[in-house]
Design a binder for this molecule. Structure first.
Ligand code: NAD
Length: 309
């Protein structure tokens, strides 16, 4: 039986990857300091270590669990916080990630899959949808530190033959996303509309993002256990969805009758993005399958049930 270690496995995306790995017969360990993750997301069949990826005790986890494969999702992922506190952002996203990488190399991990960002790495795109070879000009420390760690992976491949795949995510949405966080508008709007709070849109409603449902993102990760070695792959529909359109999609699913109010745009956030995932289709045979309407319906259903508890 294979063994996998998932950092950030108590978080939104990580916990779904943990579930899929366990369903697939993997022995799974989770490293998460619960900064934003939730205990209720933790699969009871996984071995949970409440520790920070920057902690030197991470080496004990590796010695004990001896993972064959590592999924790295733990991150400081709040764009605004990265602008306010770039040192903390770099400490977690670079120094913490290097601690993980060093332990992976030391214990002979076969492969590391890194959850990077397509939304924050390219900056304001020159062409749409954005391909992987687009210039990298992030507008936030968060986008930059993700790119730095991508480059560490390339370096470790050159120096030590270390194997990896980088997945650059679009806006991922679905059940378990934290509605109290700074990102994740589907979660935030759902929670607000279901509790009668008027949602706020930063900017004029015309900002765009590319939204992919969690199930499709988990599939890409599972495929990359065997495929995509040494590759950097965008995931996305290649379609721009305006803030106002996502607002309307959530409103339809909730059945609410509410208008948003508009606030000042936030520093560090780009105006428009969509990601071209044709390379992922060619190399790992992945493309998204769950349409926005269906994904939003499932997400709203989850928040409705959560609030009813
Ligand atoms: P999340 O906040 O739900 O998950 C992150 C997890 O990492 C949390 O459980 C948190 O407690 C943990 N964590 C944070 N700092 C840690 C530390 N120092 N040590 C140990 N654990 C720590 O967020 P998510 O949406 O599931 O994002 C997962 C990954 O995907 C992140 O790396 C993020 O940058 C990336 N990503 C997400 C999106 C998205 O749309 N959600 C888009 C692009 C990239």
């Amino acid at each position: 039986m294979k063994s996998a270690l998932v950092t950030g496995g108590a978080g939104f995306i990580g916990s779904h990857i943990v579930d899929a790995l366990i369903d697939d017969g993997f022995t799974v360990s989770i490293v998460d300091n619960l900064a934003t993750g939730k205990e209720r997301n933790i699969n009871p069949s996984a071995h949970f270590y409440k520790i920070d990826i920057r902690d030197e005790k991470l080496s004990d986890v590796f010695d004990r669990e001896k993972p064959d494969i590592v999924f790295h999702l733990a991150a400081q992922m709040d764009v605004r916080k990265s602008v306010e506190d770039p040192s903390y952002d770099a400490d977690v996203n670079v120094r913490g990630a290097i601690n993980l990488l060093e332990n992976s190399k030391r214990t002979g991990v076969e492969k590391l899959l890194f959850s990077s960002t397509g939304g924050a790495i390219y900056g304001e795109p020159e062409t749409f949808p954005v391909k992987e070879d687009h210039p990298i000009r992030p507008l936030s420390p968060y986008g930059l530190t993700k790119f730095v760690f991508e480059n560490y992976l390339g370096l470790y491949e050159r120096l030590y033959g270390f194997k990896y795949t980088v997945l650059r995510y679009p806006n991922v949405y679905g059940p378990r996303q934290d509605p109290h966080g700074e990102a994740g508008v589907v979660a935030i709007f759902s929670q607000q509309m279901l509790t009668g709070v008027q949602p706020k849109i930063f900017g004029d409603g015309n900002k765009t993002r590319d939204y992919v449902f969690i199930e499709d993102i988990v599939k890409a990760n599972m495929i990359c256990i065997e495929k995509g070695e040494g590759e950097i792959l965008n995931l996305g529909w290649g379609k721009e969805v305006k803030d106002i359109e996502i607002f309307e999609a959530v409103r339809d699913a909730v059945g609410a009758n509410v208008e948003p109010f508009f606030a000042e745009p936030r520093l560090g956030e780009i105006e428009r993005i969509s990601l071209d995932a044709s390379k992922a289709e060619k190399i790992i045979g992945w493309k998204p399958t769950i349409p926005l309407k269906e994904g939003v319906r499932r997400a709203v259903e989850f928040y409705r049930n959560l609030l009813a508890k």
